[in-house]
Design a protein around this ligand. Structure first.
Ligand SMILES: [Zn+2]
Length: 208
């Protein structure tokens, strides 16, 4: 039996900076992401920069707008997770140096083998969106139209018993326009810790 689950996010908190790159340039470098589709070309090498504006409170765990596969953690929670789990953590930076509390983000571990049967993915995406996806004319990456667990994703084909790391990302990219994301799975114990700490943000979903 697999002990990986999905963390389903009920809301987003905070806006990455600069807005004209959806926050991608500080995370991947100016030339480290495709300016046509928003898919990164390398492993994350810099900090997510968040803006402290409005009444947003950065407590517990949350996912910002635009970067939907970036899980942010307030400092005490990040420290505990860093001690107990096999995750790569990277500090979150704050635009203008004005912080809403120190925080880190989880950098998911990308797996190489496909998570889904691509014929099933194609059929499901076409049924929901009319088209399966498209290849970016600039970087050549294929993105499937947006799907999620319980929202059109076919059964997982990945052998979960075999996975290293506690937060893993699919090799498949999804999205439309500048929206680009991967599917994430989180080790159950870690997902429960995050959802218990931020019940208004996250809930645990069984996936298999
Ligand atoms: Zn592209």
């Amino acid at each position: 039996m697999s002990d990986f689950v999905e963390l389903q996010w009920k809301r987003n908190r905070g806006w990455p900076w600069p807005e004209d790159s959806y926050g991608l340039t500080p995370m991947y470098g100016e030339d480290g992401w495709c300016h046509s589709c928003g898919v990164p070309k390398r492993h994350q090498c810099g900090s997510l920069v968040l803006q402290h504006k409005g009444k947003t409170r950065f407590t517990g765990a949350w996912v910002p707008n635009w970067q939907f596969d970036v899980i942010c953690l307030e400092r005490p929670l990040a420290d505990e997770i860093g001690r107990r789990f096999d995750v790569e953590l990277r500090e979150v930076a704050w635009h203008g140096g004005v912080g809403g509390g120190e925080a880190s983000q989880i950098v998911p571990r990308r797996t190489d083998e496909p998570w889904f049967d691509h014929d099933e993915l194609r059929a499901s995406a076409e049924e929901r969106h009319g088209v399966a996806g498209k290849t970016c004319p600039e970087c050549g990456v294929w993105r499937w139209m947006p799907l999620g667990f319980g929202f059109g994703l076919p059964p997982l084909r990945l052998d979960l018993a075999d996975q290293a790391g506690d937060v893993i990302a699919s090799p498949e990219w999804f999205g439309d326009g500048w929206n680009a994301f991967r599917v994430l799975l989180v080790r159950r114990e870690l997902a429960e810790l995050i959802a218990d700490g931020s019940p208004r943000d996250a809930k645990v979903n069984k996936v298999v």
